[in-house]
Design a protein around this ligand. Structure first.
Ligand code: SF4
Length: 937
């Protein structure tokens, strides 16, 4: 356990200091960072060391809140961050090293891994070994992995899942700026007067940043928000203008903007002349593709008046930030789309100054840290370039190695193709789940199944990728790890340990260093603590970073002498960090390029001539619909951690497909039923959500579900593996698919106090598991109806009958209804509800019965009707995941207390008062209630 006392959070101490000494006081508080999105919020955890430690419930002595002193979030957290403690479940952790499924010692696991890697390299060369890692890794882990591969093994076959989220932004930054630089900072979101969100549902994917925009809007009546997204997302709730453009047409929209700015004489000609190159070619190409607003409107399928409004607002508002994310990056022309955005900012001189600039939002907590250390297969460490001999020479001299890789390695999608082809024979996967998250994911799974050696480092035991690993290495998880992460605005923050490592889990940097030492690189990997790695990383960033060919943006010179104490106390700071403030603390940099100097050979930024391109695999007669994929509010990536939280699982317990009402009618789909989606690459089953928030011809599915939670709910197998030729980023937003009804003859759900044994696919094709509070929820459906529901129920629930077992049962075969419940010692053990249609009773009240001890008489009687006895509380489906406020509680408060605003709901129930992500849903409930009153009046 980390015994270091960190700086004390004012939120805890100001209140607690006045409590009587006899009370159990929080006696330590640790400031760390949220492990989810690229926003990078600070988290404070109060640790009550006087309470009894409980190995089965490590969070019982902890109290978590937002870090009020972290500049990113200033005390706020979104639903995922605030529910972090619910995800600390030791039962879900990978606790011990394993080889072929059997527990072994660390020494055996490392020895076995190293000898097999050595043997494969000796026989087939260094390129036969690869690492596939993740934006979840800490910078120190990432640095050591990259140093081992590119510096000592001599291959650049190390890539990361950040390839899937922001590599197009990296490629575009380098083309435009000569460096992978995010020019601005979060304060720019606060002071911008026009905020453009392109391909970003910030309200759900970066909720705390969205709260900053909301605050900026509230403080400035002139503030405008434009959302550019084919779907009407939660971010549109605050938008002054939503441009629901044709999927993939973003480059045309921004090319058209460049033409408009030129025609309206709204360019910064002085800036263009003094600090850029390529303007004429970029403008000429833009004119060819989109000569006027009418052509933009036609290509993007938008009303011309809306296009003109956006262009006019942009032209009239110097303080404009264009934030973009996966909707732009995840495209076979993602790099061009980002450059089309950057062109407009360079042409109008809106870069590097307060309140303006293009702003890449990173998906993962340390996507930026990965870029700093060269985690992508085409980068070298410290923002140096693999294809530059001077850079390779610099890194080789710094590391004391003459083996520095000279050729780029395989990018993510190609890496798994190389495994499939047998060129890569051993792969080490760290902190990611490519069997689910990569496109054409079943092919990835097949590639790993026939790979000679698969090593997996992960903190979680049950992932779809873990099932294929020959050697599994337990990694420390959030709350146990020590290191640094960098968020979207270049701010480096500490993740600090607050708990001892679970089981025999070890930091990833330690496991990588141990393998490196066993491969013969003892001296270069003799690390004892993460601060030593960070110091080396800082020193490399500053090494010969003065002028000429090795000058670069990334520079931590002021941290290059950091020691253990200074590392422990390190405060959030934005790089470059090259100077010291008056108080002696390292001083960061809010913005770059304010002086018009860029990292190209001539110091000028580049505007790129962009020819808009459509998707690499367009729709056709067989696959006529465009599939879009993305995140939902309360889950993170492949749900390995957030799927453990009852609160986070409540808002959306199943994979779904959004479809427009007219499209649904055309395809014969009913709301709430199940659909089968098919692409050229795979299939998926999902619950149908009919909504006009998506256009005709389009579908949307969430990215999160895996085989651990859903029988056929994985998105990855469907997704188009086409990639951007420059960035290698896959086209996750535009897969041609078809959709049809899944012909279920019955639908059901089963709630059980204990987890069920896996239900065989033969008895139920559609199965989705979700975590409830004290129970497990299973949604079920199939096209074949069991002959005997009673037998089937007993098989699924799989209980050995005891004398105390009481079964309640109701069967109506003519209507296709069956219900049964198992009660033991007066407690509900399991309940199964089956019907002929998807219109089944609500699950919330039944779920709440698993919280209580013994069933009340009235509850007992109401069980099979699934209706709460009159007068009993039923909060309903969770709407506000931060405070666990249910739909029924909200509806009741609206009705009984006459509440008519989100603010009033917040005062009454706290709903919507933390991260605010549920506010659109609260508004819908208020609207529906008002409509109901109007109709009944
Ligand atoms: Fe974590 Fe939410 Fe902050 Fe992202 S916005 S870092 S998920 S608390």
């Amino acid at each position: 356990m980390n015994s270091q006392v960190n700086y004390i959070s004012t939120t805890a101490t100001e209140v607690d200091i006045f409590k009587p000494a006899t009370q159990t006081l929080p006696n330590r508080c640790v400031n760390t960072t949220c492990p989810y999105c690229g926003t990078g919020c600070g988290v404070t955890v109060d640790i009550n060391d006087q309470g009894a430690p409980d190995a089965n419930n490590p969070s019982n002595n902890l109290t978590l809140s937002g870090d009020s002193r972290h500049p990113t979030n200033q005390g706020k957290l979104c639903s995922k961050g605030i529910n972090l403690l619910e995800t600390l479940d030791p039962a879900a952790r990978l606790l011990y090293p394993e080889r072929h499924g059997r527990r072994v010692s660390w020494d055996q696991a490392l020895g076995s891994a190293a000898s097999q890697i050595r043997s494969i390299i000796d026989q087939h060369g260094p390129d036969a070994f690869a690492i596939y890692c993740s934006g979840q890794l800490l910078t120190e882990d990432y640095y050591v992995a990259n140093k081992l591969m590119k510096g000592f093994i001599g291959t650049a076959n190390i890539d990361t899942n950040s390839r899937l989220c922001m590599s197009s932004a990296v490629a575009a930054h380098k083309r435009a700026f000569g460096s992978d630089t995010v020019p601005g900072c979060y304060e720019d979101l606060d002071i911008a007067e026009l905020m453009v969100l392109a391909g970003s549902n910030m309200a759900w994917c970066h909720p705390i940043l969205f709260q900053r925009i909301k605050a900026a809007k509230a403080a400035n009546p002139a503030h405008k928000l434009v959302v550019i997204d084919p779907r009407r997302t939660a971010s549109c709730d605050l938008a002054d203008l939503h441009l629901a453009l044709k999927p993939g047409s973003d480059a045309s929209l921004f090319n058209g903007l460049l033409v408009y700015l030129a025609d309206q004489h709204c360019l910064d000609s002085d800036f263009v002349a003094a600090h850029t190159q390529g303007f004429d070619a970029a403008l000429n190409q833009a004119r060819r593709s989109t000569p006027d607003i009418a052509s933009v409107a036609q290509i993007c399928e938008l009303p011309a008046s809306d296009v003109e409004t956006f262009y006019r607002w942009f032209a009239d508002t110097p303080k404009t930030v264009t934030a973009f994310s996966q909707g732009i990056n995840q495209s076979s022309s993602g790099t061009d789309k980002v450059n089309a955005i950057i062109n407009t900012h360079l042409a109008s001189g809106r870069i590097g100054k307060p309140g303006m600039g293009p702003f890449s939002l990173t998906g993962q907590p340390n996507a930026m840290g990965g870029r700093e250390v060269g985690g992508l297969a085409n980068q070298l460490a410290a923002h140096l370039e693999l294809d530059d001999p001077a850079h390779r020479d610099l890194v080789g001299r710094f590391w004391g190695s003459d083996r520095v890789a000279s050729q780029p390695g395989h990018k993510a999608v190609d890496l798994f193709r190389a495994i499939e082809a047998g060129k890569v024979k051993a792969v080490w996967i760290l902190a990611t789940n490519p069997v689910d998250s990569l496109p054409d994911a079943d092919r990835v799974r097949a590639a790993l199944q026939q790979c000679e050696l698969v090593i997996l480092s992960d903190c979680m035991a049950a992932t779809d990728t873990a099932a294929l690993a020959h050697i599994r290495l337990p990694a420390t998880g959030w709350g146990e790890r020590d290191g640094t992460v960098t968020n979207s605005e270049r701010c480096i923050s500490r993740q600090r340990a607050l708990l001892p490592a679970s089981g025999e889990a070890k930091p990833d940097w330690w496991a990588i260093s141990q393998i490196a030492q066993r491969l013969g690189f003892e001296q270069a990997f003799d690390y004892q603590a993460p601060w030593q790695i960070f110091r080396e990383h800082a020193r490399l960033s500053a090494f010969e970073n003065h002028k000429g060919a090795t000058l670069r943006d990334f520079n931590l010179a002021a941290l290059s002498q950091i020691d253990a104490d200074a590392y422990e106390a390190l405060q959030p700071t934005r790089w470059p960090i090259t100077t010291f403030a008056d108080d002696g603390q390292p001083q960061g940099s809010a913005r770059l390029f304010g002086d018009g100097q860029f990292f190209t050979p001539d110091g000028r930024a580049r505007l790129l001539a962009i020819t808009p391109r459509g998707p690499m695999n367009p729709v056709d007669a067989h696959y006529p619909l465009v599939l879009n994929t993305g995140r939902i509010r309360d889950q993170w990536h492949t749900m390995t951690r957030t799927g453990l939280s009852p609160r986070l699982s409540a808002q959306c317990p199943e994979p779904f497909v959004e479809i427009h009402p007219l499209e649904a009618a055309r395809q014969g789909l009913d709301d709430g039923a199940i659909a089968r989606l098919e692409s050229r690459w795979g299939t998926m089953l999902a619950r149908i959500q009919i909504t006009d928030s998506i256009g005709q011809g389009q579908l949307f599915v969430p990215m999160h579900w895996t085989a651990q939670f859903a029988s056929l709910g994985r998105m990855g197998p469907l997704v188009n593996p086409a990639v951007d030729p420059l960035s290698g980023q896959p086209e996750n937003k535009q897969t041609p698919v078809k959709i049809e009804p899944f012909n279920a003859s019955w639908y059901g759900f089963l709630l059980s106090r204990d987890p069920l044994k896996p239900i065989s696919m033969a008895s139920c094709a559609y199965q989705v598991r979700a975590t409830g509070a004290g129970f497990h929820r299973y949604e079920l459906a199939d096209s074949d109806t069991p002959d005997d529901w009673r037998q089937q129920a007993r098989r699924w629930i799989a209980r050995t009958n005891t004398q105390e077992d009481e079964w309640l049962e109701f069967s109506d075969p003519a209507q296709g209804n069956y219900r049964s419940a198992l009660i033991r010692d007066g407690q509900l053990q399991a309940v199964l509800v089956v019907g002929a249609t998807a219109q089944l009773p609500e699950r919330d009240w039944l779920g709440s019965l698993f919280n209580g001890q013994r069933l009340e008489e009235s509850e007992h009687h109401s069980l099979l009707s699934s209706c709460p006895p009159s007068g009993s509380a039923n909060a309903g489906a969770i709407v506000c995941a931060c405070f666990g406020v249910g739909r029924n509680s909200i509806a009741e408060a609206i009705e009984r207390q006459g509440l008519d605003s989100v603010e009033a709901l917040g005062c009454a129930l706290k709903a919507g008062t933390n991260c605010g992500s549920c506010i659109p849903e609260l508004k819908t409930l208020l609207y529906n209630s008002q409509q109901g009153s109007t109709l009944s009046a």
